[in-house]
Design a binder for this molecule. Structure first.
Ligand SMILES: C[S@@+](CC[C@H](N)C(=O)[O-])C[C@H]1O[C@@H](n2cnc3c(N)ncnc32)[C@H](O)[C@@H]1O
Length: 240
C-alpha cells in the first residue's frame, strides 16, 4: 500500500531530513519564507502543525510566541520533533488521512500543513478535520507541490486524473523511492472551498536570495517556473 511505502521512506530518511532541514534550500529559502509570511503574527495563537516532520516549523512558530501541537505519521519524525523542541509543544504520531480523534473542535487559531497533502489521495476528510479543529475565522495555511510542476515532472499522460506517482530522492543520503499523489489544479482548490474555507490568497513563490548561494541551478529554474504553491484560507463559520 502506498501509505506504508511513504511511511517507510520517511522512517528511513528522518534523521538526515532533520540534520538538513535548517538550511535545505527548497525548505529554508523557498517553502518556509512564503508559509511564514502567510501565517503572519502568531503571538498567543494555538497552532496545529499537521505533518510536522521533525518540528522545524514548530520551533520557529514557538520562538515567535505561538503554542504548537504537531503530528506526523512517522514515529521517528515525532521523536526528532520532541528532541528539537526540548519538551516545548505537543507532538504525536497520527495519520493525516484519518479523523483527528485526539483533537477537540475549535481548538486552534491556525492550521499549517506544509508539503504533505500530496501524500494523501483524497483530501476531503483531511480538510473537514482542519475545519472542525479550527476556531471560527481560523487560518489554514497549505503548501503543496505545484500541480503544473508535477504534471511536467512526472510526464503525466492525463492532466485531469489524480494518480499515484513515484520518484527517487537522493538528497537525504541513501536514495529512497518516494511515492505521492499528483492531481490537477481544480483538485487542489475544490476540496478546500467545498469543505467550508474561503481561499484569500494563493502564492506561486519565488526563492529568496539565499537560495542562489547554495543552489544556483535550481534558483534559476524556480525564478522562471514554480515548484510549490501556497494557499491561505479562512474558516467560514456560516458553512454547514
Ligand atoms: C516533506 S515533509 C514536510 C515536513 C514539515 N511539514 C516541514 O515542512 O518541514 C512531509 C512530512 O509528511 C509526513 N507524512 C506523510 N504522509 C503522512 C500522513 N498520511 N499523515 C501524516 N504525516 C504524513 C512525513 O512523515 C513527513 O514528515
Amino acid at each position: 500500500m502506498i501509505k506504508e511505502k511513504i511511511l517507510q521512506a520517511y522512517e528511513q530518511l528522518a534523521e538526515s531530513y532533520d540534520a538538513l532541514i535548517d538550511h535545505k534550500p527548497h525548505n529554508a529559502f523557498y517553502d518556509r519564507p512564503t508559509s511564514l509570511e502567510l501565517i503572519g503574527d502568531v503571538t498567543g495563537n494555538h497552532i496545529l502543525d499537521a505533518a510536522c516532520g521533525s518540528g522545524k516549523y514548530a520551533e520557529i512558530l514557538m520562538e515567535k510566541g505561538g503554542i504548537v501541537s504537531g503530528f506526523d505519521i512517522s514515529p521517528k519524525m515525532i521523536k526528532l520533533a520532541r528532541e528539537r523542541n526540548r519538551n516545548n509543544g505537543k507532538f504525536s504520531v497520527h495519520d493525516l488521512s484519518e479523523p483527528f480523534f485526539h483533537l477537540n473542535d475549535h481548538q486552534f487559531d491556525i492550521v499549517l500543513c506544509a508539503l504533505a497533502l500530496h501524500y494523501i489521495e483524497d483530501w476531503n476528510l483531511t480538510i473537514q478535520e482542519f475545519y472542525r479543529v479550527l476556531k471560527p475565522g481560523g487560518r489554514l495555511i497549505i503548501s503543496i507541490e505545484h500541480p503544473f510542476f508535477e504534471y511536467t515532472y512526472f510526464q503525466s499522460q492525463n492532466y485531469f486524473n489524480t494518480e499515484a506517482v513515484a520518484t527517487e530522492w537522493s538528497g537525504f543520503g541513501a536514495p529512497v523511492k518516494m511515492h505521492s499523489f499528483r492531481r490537477s489544479l481544480q483538485e487542489c482548490i475544490n476540496p478546500i472551498v467545498k469543505n467550508g474555507f474561503r481561499i484569500i490568497e494563493l502564492r506561486e513563490p519565488k526563492p529568496i536570495a539565499e537560495f542562489a548561494i547554495t543552489d544556483p541551478k535550481h534558483y534559476q529554474e524556480l525564478m522562471t517556473f514554480p515548484a510549490f504553491m501556497h494557499m491561505k484560507a479562512i474558516k467560514n463559520p456560516s458553512y454547514s
